[in-house]
Write a protein that binds this ligand. Sequence first.
Ligand code: AMP
Length: 468
Amino acid sequence: MKQPIKNKERKFFKRPTATPTAADAAQAAAAAFKPGEKGKKTFALLRGMHDRLPKEERYWRAATRAAEDLAEYFQFGRIDTPLLEEAGLFVRSLGRSTDVVDKEMYIFDDRDGQKICLRPEATASVARAYIGSGLWNQAQPIKLWYQGPMFRHDRPQSGRYRQFHQVGFETFGVKDPAIDAELILVAFDFFKDLGLNVEVRMNSLGTLEERARYKIELINYYRTKRSYLCEDCRQRLTKNPLRLLDCKEPGCQPVKDEAPQLLDWLGDDSKSHFMKTLEYLDELGVPYLLTPSLVRGLDYYAHTVFEFYLAGVAEESAQMALGAGGRYDGLVEELGGRSAPAAGFAIGLERVVMALHKQNEAEQSPLLKPPAAQVFFAQLGDEARRQALLLINQLRGTGLRLAFNFFKNSLKNQLEAANAVKAKYVLILGQKEVQDKTVIVRDMESGVQEIIDQKKIEAVLKRKLEKN
Ligand code: AMP
């Protein structure tokens, strides 16, 4: 019998009325269709998004593993926050006039009319969780790390996507420069473990008050040079003056080079914090480059800020930061929590993967090669295939690395496939072996074969592999 639809569900099933927006959306969706084979329609990938295919997986895995190992060693606990957040969280923390909030957020009303967005970054989310889940009330510092997708409606280009992935490390509750240095060290080690040679660029933004005084000086200076500035810089002058120092337009460079420097406007405490951080880095042997124009795009930063770039690479794509971070002592309080110093960084994994790909092609780094299969499981005939699948499943968890291909029928083809994955041994299961509950073990190098009991597969292979 048909169940009556409850009121709440009825709302869900209601047809949308044909408002102009619905019609627009339908038209846009139709435009996204592309004719495929024999007139069939296919969907296009959204602009700025990309599919991660298996061939890239080893780079992603290497990067993820490096982050996991470092997190474990330096005792950062994993945190995962939702992809959707209240939009106000980012407006409040990053600042209304930042590019991310002003132009790049994926923002929409959800079914309850609440303003929601896809997170453009995760520091604000982690700070929200620090406040909301009572982490602030536990022994400090709280050290957290995360990995996951972020969303920014940015102008797509190589290395810049609308969905991208970051791995990030954050610390709360400690103001000591040792934490700034530890974070920079962890990021530096991350790149080092992957074989990437990076340059650390550093600056200090001082306190909010120091920055405010500096901003006035900067605006006064830039006003006198207005006629030399690009259109973007003219806008930055009123909207976000610190970003004037970020400008890459050649015409603006002479103005930028002569601009007053923030470091000259820092008070003694800020200077001392920065100096101590640099001393730690000297001690740790982490090379850095003082970069007065480094200001970071987000409002919540204060004191130490840093960015990571591939070292010694002149190409334009290498001029994009691989990662960035700094201190954000005011953020927790800004989000309604009890004041707590904090610092952290985020690394863009797509850019890391791109760099690894390039480097690996050139150097064939062993780190990134997939492990060769130790054993290939070959089968001959339907009956054997059925039993092979059972045996393969039984060998799961033994630590043996198996490969197989059930859609190649001849033994010759399967031995070729075994060669292609560099298997040392091949297990061969034919009709006779199925009946006898045995299997043939073939040594791929010598070609020598022996028949063993199926129950002994694990023990025999492990003994043979150990001898190698
Ligand atoms: P941010 O959160 O802007 O400080 O960025 C930190 C890092 O995330 C950058 O250094 C990049 O590696 C990466 N990143 C930021 N925006 C994008 C993007 N649109 N596409 C790819 N990676 C990005």
